[in-house]
Design a protein. Structure first.
Length: 97
């Protein structure tokens, strides 16, 4: 896994980070899944050794992600903005990556 800053594609631009977008896509693709940090890091194409920590912390701060001790998962209930975010991610599938 390459370390360091990743180039932003057009689909990444709104999120400011390719790994952040990829992590969000993975979380919304499997909303009931419990994720380890390592598995979410792989989905986000970052190092499993701390590469996802900043994203997990941010998702947790905004109420999107919870850690129940058995793993990370989307909050239940999800925040009101989650449906819009999921829709935006879906619409961005039409934009080149």
């Amino acid at each position: 896994m390459a370390r360091g800053r990743k180039a932003l594609t057009d689909r990444d631009w709104l999120f400011g980070s390719r790994p952040r977008r990829l992590a969000l896509e993975a979380l919304f693709a499997e909303p009931g899944r419990r994720w380890s940090k390592a598995a979410l890091a792989r989905a986000a194409e970052v190092s499993p050794h701390g590469g996802i920590d900043e994203h997990v912390a941010g998702f947790t701060r905004i109420g999107l992600l919870t850690d129940d001790g058995d793993g990370l998962r989307l909050a239940d209930p999800m925040p009101a903005y989650a449906a819009s975010l999921r829709g935006l991610l879906g619409e961005l599938q039409r934009v080149r990556d």
